[in-house]
Design a protein around this ligand. Structure first.
Ligand SMILES: NC(=O)c1ccc[n+]([C@@H]2O[C@H](COP(=O)([O-])OP(=O)(O)OC[C@H]3O[C@@H](n4cnc5c(N)ncnc54)[C@H](OP(=O)(O)O)[C@@H]3O)[C@@H](O)[C@H]2O)c1
Length: 352
């Protein structure tokens, strides 16, 4: 049976990535796309690169929800929870790219304010398939992770699962402009973005910090195949992002100081073993770079032992719109509905 899918927020970057992937998905049919700004107009109106390829016009959220078996939300946090509630009330399953169902109510309140629909949180499974694959099967709400959180968590996950994070691991990311979505602000103006590297939301103020700490804390307490609402250890992370003039891409540089000596070979072996059987992660001794994942739904990870400082260096590159957004959401949908995990995805990217 073909799964009927609707996309809310289909005029944004995450929405475009979902349209592309669902249009080539062997087991799903893109039934409806919703947008307020482009209501009643064809997909071409928002997306020139899809002109003539997707025979749909934008409808409102209510019509989109009614038409599908599963609703994918690529809408802002806060605005998404009521849409998810409407979808659940109509008996539809949901894949959500926003932050609204990734955290418990207490952590959500700390980073985003009071949760609009805490009664739905128990239905949500954290949608990082590498860490929650069994739990995702049949999930009512797949809470797809943030882009920065994906890169940081994957970089440190094998260490967290073995109690090798040390006291306060740190992650610095460089990230491209599309991470902020299609709506522009002054900082994304070409003249301000180009030839510039601009730190933002540093020193424990970026909202993804709480999400990464939860994911690593669950790994530390439960190991790889963890439960979203299961036990977790307290983890504190130093997380600092830097905006650089790229359209897409994230490179996360993680440093952890475990309380024991390690070496390159044993670290690489641990990382290979941890991600064994994960089709959207490639571990290698080659340092990852953002161009190698542009347009790709795969994360590239490398790990090294820094003998001089007794620390682990782990690096992860993803396309924030691929493994960091639409690719991951479709991967989560695939696991939740029992399809081939990589259906509709593209593992290789585009070069140059
Ligand atoms: N960009 C990334 O790298 C990335 C990665 C992971 C997760 N995410 C998350 O994915 C979601 C979408 O991000 P994005 O980058 O695609 O953002 P975006 O480009 O700004 O698109 C968001 C879309 O949501 C719609 N929208 C805005 N406000 C709305 C509201 N109040 N009610 C209903 N629809 C509304 C808008 O369409 P209309 O105005 O036409 O309705 C807009 O096109 C966000 O929650 C974001 O945090 C983004």
């Amino acid at each position: 049976m073909t799964l009927r899918v609707a996309i809310l927020g289909a005029s944004g970057y995450g929405g475009a990535g979902l349209i592309e992937r669902l249009s080539r998905h062997p087991d799903a049919k893109l039934e409806a796309v919703a947008s307020r700004a482009h209501l009643g107009r064809p997909v071409d109106d928002a997306w020139p690169h899809l002109a003539g390829l997707v025979p749909l016009s934008f409808v409102d959220a209510e019509a989109a929800i009614a038409s599908a078996d599963v609703v994918m939300c690529a809408t802002p946090h806060g605005a998404t929870a009521p849409l998810v509630r409407a979808a659940r009330a109509a008996g539809k399953r949901v894949v959500d790219l926003s932050a609204d169902f990734r955290l418990d109510a207490e952590t959500y309140a700390e980073w985003y304010g009071p949760h609009p629909h805490p009664e739905l949180l128990d239905e949500a499974v954290y949608g990082l398939p590498e860490l929650h694959r069994s739990e995702l099967r049949g999930a009512a709400i797949v809470a797809s992770p943030g882009c920065n959180a994906t890169a940081a968590t994957l970089a440190l996950a094998p260490l967290a699962a073995e109690g090798l994070l040390g006291q306060v691991p740190s992650v610095t990311i460089v990230t491209g402009a599309s991470g902020a979505g299609r709506a522009t602000g002054l900082g994304l103006h070409f003249a301000e973005l180009s030839e510039n590297a601009r730190p933002y939301k540093v020193a424990g103020t970026h909202r993804h910090t709480g999400e990464i700490e939860l994911a690593l804390g669950r790994l530390a307490a439960q190991g790889k195949d963890s439960r979203s609402h299961g036990p977790r250890q307290e983890v504190r992370l130093a997380f600092n992002p830097v905006l650089v003039p790229m359209s897409r891409g994230i490179l996360a540089t993680a440093v952890a100081r475990p309380e024991r000596e390690l070496d390159d070979a044993s670290l690489l072996e641990r990382y290979h073993a941890f991600f064994d059987g994960d089709p959207c992660v490639r571990v290698s001794s080659e340092l990852p770079q953002t161009k190698a994942v542009a347009g790709s739904d795969r994360a590239l990870i490398a790990v090294r032992w820094d003998r001089r400082t007794g620390s682990v260096l782990a690096m992860c590159a993803i396309d924030n719109l691929g493994k960091g957004a639409a690719g991951q959401a479709v991967q989560g949908l695939n696991v939740a509905f029992g399809f081939d995990e990589t259906a509709g995805l593209r593992l290789g990217g585009v070069w140059p």
